[in-house]
Design a protein around this ligand. Structure first.
Ligand code: UDX
Length: 450
């Protein structure tokens, strides 16, 4: 099928390449010339395992190309919109500038019967508004949220857990579309086209949920709100563990055995960051308030507050470990990305901790297998070292803030001790073997652990 993908950032670039990899003829469109140039050469503009391979394969097969010219969307049967919806500068609400610009840019090229499939994370109610703008062209708007995780984006796109499609319904989501039966038929036809797009997943039996616009939009934000809540829940337990001498990792293992709870996303530490969870829970709170239901998700403010407190805690542990002051101490920060397998530093708790230590007068050296260049652009005042061992040399204290295998599995405490000057290690991700580090002479501090 001929597809266009508007927006070739994280979501869009992966989606375009993944759709080509399952046999579609795809054009990716973005206003950023540099991004298009790099994608056209088969180079991923960000770190994502597996993406360079499917980009190269798609381009070589002739099924995948990239352009800055929106007119090339003409003729595609489905137009995916995957542009960013960042947090507004002066409020918690989502900024819809890019979504609006993408739809406006696309309108002249839409043909009757086309589908416009929104994938961006938007405040509930957005799809209904956009549908009204698309309706005069004879195209149909659907909402098809994306649940991909960075680091696993290719797998999550090619083989998702579930597919969700919000379609026009009889409850008046599309103005001027005629009778109830018309909208139901239009919705069924739209869902059928998306089943064809995602044919390998559909054939495999992946749940394919067809619903209305509002539900589809809410599925996305509520999934992220739930995940953020799960992380802050365990971090709240870590705070209690810290004053009682309990161990939050054992607690998480024990409650995680209950299948109703589950162990995943119960990793206590310096908390969540990235381009999605923090901004999505804030935008959800802002939208709920606009809808007069702020109290329904008031707990998300607490989720956010607990999350941010964990960064303070990590800094406090380093300060305590160094005897009460970090001024002019050499501190090696292992990690900068908001999580492993990513070069993304958006709202990275890891970098935030590093910046705070620097602010306290420490000499901070940061290393990361993928995110140094991005981090350096944002915080040039810090000292960056590509080589892990080089970064560890002469450290008075070490803090692990991103649980890359390079630190978690491949760094032995004995080897670290041979490089560092001091023996203080703060495990901001509870990812090290505390007993092994202690046995090697380190003073080990975990998050929510004795
Ligand atoms: C998230 C959602 O998982 C994904 O479904 C959605 O589409 C986009 O947002 P992502 O931002 O890639 O994906 O990262 P995720 O793996 O969810 O991790 C988010 C943050 O939570 C990271 O900073 C991670 O370190 C942290 N985290 C995760 C914890 O602190 N503890 C955990 O147990 C799990």
């Amino acid at each position: 099928m001929r597809l266009s993908v508007i927006g070739c950032g994280y979501l869009g670039a992966v989606h375009a390449a993944a759709m080509a990899s399952i046999g579609h003829d795809v054009v990716g469109i973005d206003v950023d010339e540099r991004k298009i140039e790099s994608l056209s050469k088969g180079e991923a503009p960000f770190f994502e395992p597996g993406l360079p391979e499917i980009l190269a394969e798609g381009i070589a097969s002739g099924r995948l190309r990239f352009t800055t010219d929106m007119a090339e969307a003409r003729g595609a049967k489905v137009h995916f919109v995957g542009v960013g919806t960042p947090q507004q500068r002066d409020s918690y609400a989502a900024d819809l500038t890019y979504v609006n610009a993408a739809i406006d840019g696309l309108l002249p090229y839409l043909e009757p019967g086309d589908l416009v499939a929104g994938k961006s994370t938007v405040p509930v109610g957005t799809a209904a508004d956009l549908a009204e703008r698309v309706a005069p062209t004879g195209a149909t708007l659907v909402w098809n949220p994306e649940f991909l995780r960075e680091g696993f984006a290719v797998k999550d796109t090619v083989d998702p857990d579930r597919l969700v499609v919000g379609v026009p319904t009889s409850t008046g989501s599309v103005s001027g579309s005629g009778s109830t039966t018309d909208s139901v038929d239009e919705g069924e036809r739209a869902a059928q086209i998306l089943r064809e797009v995602y044919h390998p997943s559909v054939a495999k039996g992946t749940p394919f949920i067809v619903t209305d616009y509002a539900t589809a939009e809410l599925v996305k934000v509520s999934a992220n709100a739930f995940l953020a809540t799960k992380i802050s829940f365990i971090n709240a337990m870590a705070e209690i563990a810290e004053v009682t001498g309990a161990d939050v990792t054992t607690l998480a293992d024990a409650i995680g055995h209950d299948v109703r709870i589950g162990r995943r996303f119960l990793g206590a530490g310096i908390g969540f960051g990235g381009g999605c969870l923090p901004k999505d829970i804030r935008a959800f709170s802002a939208r709920a308030e606009e809808l007069g239901r702020g109290e329904s998700v008031a707990f998300l403010r607490e989720v956010d507050a607990i999350n941010l407190r964990r960064r303070d805690r990590a800094v406090d542990l380093v300060v305590a470990g160094l005897g009460g002051a970090v001024f002019k101490k050499n501190i090696t920060v292992l990690g900068a990305a908001f999580k492993p397998h990513s070069d993304d530093i958006r709202d990275s708790p890891a970098l935030d901790v590093a910046v705070r230590l620097h602010g306290l007068g420490a000499w901070v050296t940061i290393t990361d297998p993928a995110a140094i260049e991005n981090a350096q652009r944002l915080h040039p005042q810090l000292n960056y070292v590509a080589d892990r061992d080089e970064a560890l040399r002469g450290a008075d204290a070490v803090i692990v803030v991103t649980e890359w295998d390079e630190y978690r599995r491949e760094l032995s405490p004995e080897h670290a001790a041979s490089l560092a000057t001091g023996r203080v290690v703060v495990d901001g991700r509870n990812c090290l073997d505390a007993a092994a580090w202690r046995a090697a002479g380190w003073e080990y501090y975990g998050m929510g652990r004795p």
